[in-house]
Design a protein around this ligand. Structure first.
Ligand code: HEC
Length: 159
């Protein structure tokens, strides 16, 4: 449980760092100011990719991960057969721990080689379709979760 405080701390540190971007002239009461919150992170995917990914998710993934990507509430509890149920992909479970390359690999090779039962999609879906799926999945993540993921992803790609 202690574990769960760590991301929260990170979020607040990141939040503080984000303040540097705010112009000192930023005024709260300006009704002409309709730009989104200045700390919203720039995401790696486009809205077009999210739009393309939605129907793919419903066709190939929703049967296990639920149409809204909420997965299984008790995703940490093994099933009677010792395997784990489909986790949520909406940012509430572990998915944000994995850099982009691992997420792509999971979808391509599935969970069977690792003792799980998610099927492999490498033969059914193109790389582009897999990226569109990940765009749709990540569009469910809050800015806080996305920023933490992005930091991990950056570190992983520097290795
Ligand atoms: C037959 C059920 C099933 C289907 C269909 C399925 N998954 Fe999964 N998925 C799982 C299970 C179960 C896991 C946990 C690992 C395992 O046991 O294989 C998982 C894990 C994952 C993970 C890793 C999550 C994490 O937090 O580590 C991702 C990402 C993922 N699935 C994406 C997808 C996508 C995208 C699709 C559709 C293209 C899909 N899954 C289709 C059952 C499924």
């Amino acid at each position: 449980m202690v574990n769960h405080f760590f991301p929260l701390l990170l979020v607040s540190l990141l939040g503080l760092a984000g303040c540097d971007n705010k112009s000192p002239a930023y005024t709260e009461g300006n009704s002409h100011n309709s730009t989104p919150a200045p700390s919203s992170p720039q995401r790696w995917y486009t809205q077009e990719m999210v739009t393309q990914g939605g129907p793919l998710f419903q066709a190939h993934c929703a049967v296990c991960h639920q149409p809204d990507a909420s997965g299984t509430a008790n995703w940490r509890e093994p099933l009677p057969n010792g395997k784990y149920p489909p986790p949520p992909l909406n940012g509430t479970a572990h998915t944000w721990h994995h850099p982009l390359a691992s997420l792509r690999r999971t979808i391509k090779t599935g969970g069977i080689p690792l003792g799980g039962y998610m099927p492999a999609f490498g033969n059914t879906l193109s790389d582009k379709e897999i990226d569109n799926l990940l765009a749709w999945i990540q569009s469910h993540w809050s800015d806080e979760i996305y920023l933490i993921w992005e930091g991990r992803n950056r570190k992983a790609s520097q290795r």
